[in-house]
Design a protein around this ligand. Structure first.
Ligand SMILES: Cc1cc2nc3c(=O)[nH]c(=O)nc-3n(C[C@H](O)[C@H](O)[C@H](O)COP(=O)(O)OP(=O)(O)OC[C@H]3O[C@@H](n4cnc5c(N)ncnc54)[C@H](O)[C@@H]3O)c2cc1C
Length: 652
């Protein structure tokens, strides 16, 4: 069969580490007999075994099988049918935190500062690893040890870090200004590598890699350095696009035309806030459709949407072309997305660890449970191996219980006067309960209405509107990267492909960890996909994308990955069957926090109380954190919201 022989060429049948697991999860005897939705991860106690070490798992990670079924059956109203009588653990805590991401971990950290180091805290998380989106991927290829980021990529934010968030970063020993010491900033340039665009056959009529863009360094906000005319020279020469599109690209970049003459800057911005960048290009600038296709996915990594759903005002803020003659006041316009407001101070505040902000999560865990992660500095943590058996020990004041999905959080009595909270969670096929004086829900807001049934309806509605942005962060371990070298590129933007972006990781060496410096060494290629449904409102696009990610098998994703790499790098000698050593797909159907968008959220233009302000209101002894609480998809917000939530439950 044609399919079989193509699969053979792609290496679909080769043994790589992914097949040690079914869909990324090691299936144990207990697991095989328990309904997935009750499992809440692996069978109870698996995370106590000495060889339990999730960062080294490959295959389907992120929202891995076993992590989400409980929450989905709660949503579908079927969970309690099979649940059986909850088992009382007899445990009582000062604080139970739902969600072991950076917000939940930071909340524990802040709470201990106020309540003392002896305060008893339980952190529950549905995943088999802590960190939430801040996940570590480890790989081994012969003697080479490589790290990748499974989600949260770096310390960076469009707005400056708050005093509180900066304070945590500093307390953890991270010296952000020292980043340049660890980054081999000239590595790719010294090898003659630059960024490129892959024009695919389905979108542009032929497969063609055009290498032309300057290599970007750390902290790049967008893929195409659009303000540099020379960048487009080679694209114009080689791109498989219509002649008219080439002329329009020139015009778009160089013409100083005011498309809204007679309007003030404020009036122009108000118009731009209400039209998509795609419409602006098509209807106002009147470019050829090929130009729209080139820009279609350029802001996807930041917004999780194509330019059909990004306001032209936000495109202007993000430096996309077409506004040079508009005489727009450089101050941000009303209704701009926070990702589109440039800020130099914020741009300078950047630090990328090889495993991304998983290092922040690991440093927080080390502070909370020192025995779990050896060492004492922000650099030695990079190679430190976490001891998962120490996370949930009865003698420890702080306990992190993985593979445990909170299914009910309720006051024992009336919310206004109750002295205690009871938290029920599913783990290993059973439901357990534990009690606490307070609870912080640092989990995804869309989950909260299902676990905290007593909340007012208006608050539940606001929580439910925090639709997460779906994403795939795929890491592919290659035995070598000679094909990248031959083609002269280290990063590829591919607007029509399954993953719209792929790149060799930032060359960072720190704490004894050495990045790949020679093309013959193994390397991690990071690929990103943001599934969208162009033409629909943002939240609807995210819902479709979420369904797509939950219903696509790992096998299909693997075939897409191998095919895309073969088509992009094949002319550089890349052979997917020979060169791929491992694949980890970090699937995040519930990814970035939803950020407000002037095209779809009228309140964002009009002002007034935002849904996240309603959603995060404290309720009796329960406070609500997570980056969702600020509608802002960044680590600093996860920390800021933890600080606020702790303040709410500790004020007397
Ligand atoms: C792919 C990706 C890349 C990103 N890159 C960056 C970046 O480079 N820089 C940056 O600043 N930010 C980035 N972000 C944003 C990131 O979300 C935040 O920075 C931060 O990590 C969020 O932390 P959090 O604790 O608020 O949420 P999360 O990390 O989502 O943690 C919440 C945790 O609660 C758990 N949970 C949910 N329901 C339950 C339940 N019922 N019971 C138990 N646990 C539950 C979730 O599974 C999750 O583990 C990225 C996000 C994604 C998805």
């Amino acid at each position: 069969m044609v399919h079989d022989s193509w699969d053979r060429e792609l290496g679909m049948h080769r043994r790589i580490t992914r097949r040690d697991f079914i869909n990324g999860v090691a299936v144990t005897a207990g697991a095989a007999m328990t309904p997935w939705h009750l499992l809440g991860g692996e069978s109870a106690g698996a995370d106590k075994k000495l060889d339990y070490y999730p960062p080294a798992l490959t295959g389907l990670r992120g929202s891995h099988p076993g992590s989400f079924e409980t929450a989905h059956s709660l949503r579908d109203g079927t969970f309690w049918d099979d649940a059986g009588k909850p088992v009382d653990t007899g445990e009582t805590y000062d604080l139970i935190i739902v969600g072991g991401g950076i917000s939940g971990l930071a909340a524990a950290h802040f709470y201990r500062k106020i309540a003392g180091a002896k305060a008893r805290i339980l952190i529950l998380d549905n995943h088999d690893d802590f960190g939430g989106h801040a996940k570590r991927n480890e790989f081994r290829d012969g003697n080479n040890f490589r790290l990748g980021y499974g989600g949260t990529y770096s310390i960076e934010s469009p707005a400056p870090y708050s005093k509180v968030a900066k304070g945590v970063v500093e307390e953890l020993g991270i010296d952000v200004p020292s980043y340049s010491k660890y980054l081999d900033a000239s590595l790719y340039r010294s090898l003659g590598l630059r960024s490129s665009i892959f024009f695919d056959k389905e979108t542009f009529g032929t497969d063609k890699l055009v290498v032309s863009l300057p290599t970007f360094g750390g902290g790049e906000k967008q893929f195409i350095a659009t303000d540099k005319p020379e960048v487009w020279k080679q694209i114009l020469a080689e791109a498989p696009i219509a002649e008219q599109a080439k002329k329009d690209l020139e015009r778009l970049h160089h013409q100083q035309q005011d498309y809204f003459p007679g309007l003030s800057s404020v009036e122009k911005k108000a118009k731009l806030a209400r039209m998509s960048y795609a419409s602006y290009l098509r209807v106002v600038v009147k470019v050829h459709e090929d130009v729209v296709k080139i820009f279609s996915a350029v802001l996807q990594p930041t917004f999780g949407l194509g330019i059909d759903a990004i306001a032209a005002q936000d495109a202007w803020g993000d430096d996309l072309p077409g506004f040079a003659g508009m005489n727009l006041d450089p101050a941000p316009g009303k209704g701009m997305n926070r990702d589109a407001i440039p800020n130099e101070e914020a741009e300078r505040y950047f630090f990328h660890f090889p495993d991304g902000n998983a290092t922040i999560a690991r440093l927080l865990v080390r502070k909370l449970i020192p025995d779990a992660i050896p060492g004492n500095s922000a650099s030695d943590v990079v190679l430190a191996k976490a001891n998962y058996a120490k996370l949930d020990e009865s003698g420890s004041p702080v306990r992190i219980r993985l593979n445990s999905t909170a299914v009910r959080v309720k006051h024992l009595g009336d919310a206004a006067s109750a002295k205690e909270i009871e938290v029920s969670y599913a783990r290993g096929g059973k439901v357990y309960t534990a009690k606490a004086k307070n609870s912080i829900l640092a989990c995804w807001h869309v989950v909260i209405p299902y676990i905290c049934e007593d909340l007012p309806d208006s608050q539940k509605q606001a929580l439910s509107s925090a639709q997460k942005v779906p994403l795939l962060y795929t890491n592919v371990l290659l035995h070598n990267w000679t094909s990248f070298q031959k083609l002269g590129t280290n990063a590829v933007y591919a607007p029509g492909c399954y993953h719209t972006r792929l790149k060799l990781d930032h060359p960072v060496s720190i704490g004894g960890y050495e990045c790949a410096r020679k093309p013959l060494e193994s390397v991690v290629v990071a690929m990103q996909k943001t599934p969208c449904k162009p033409g629909r409102p943002a939240r609807e696009q995210h819902s479709f994308g979420r369904i797509e990610l939950f219903t696509t098998t790992f096998e299909t994703m693997e075939r897409e990955i191998r095919t895309q790499l073969a088509r992009t790098l094949g002319s550089g000698g890349f052979d997917p069957a020979r060169d791929i050593a491992a694949i980890t797909v970090n699937r995040w159907p519930h990814g970035y926090a939803y950020e407000y968008n002037s095209l779809f959220d009228s309140f964002w233009l009009e002002g007034g109380e935002t849904p996240c302000e309603i959603a995060r209101k404290p309720f009796g002894r329960i406070a609500i954190a997570n980056s969702d609480a600020g509608a802002y998809a960044y680590t600093d917000e996860a920390i800021n919201q933890a600080w606020r939530a702790v303040g709410e439950i500790t004020k007397s």
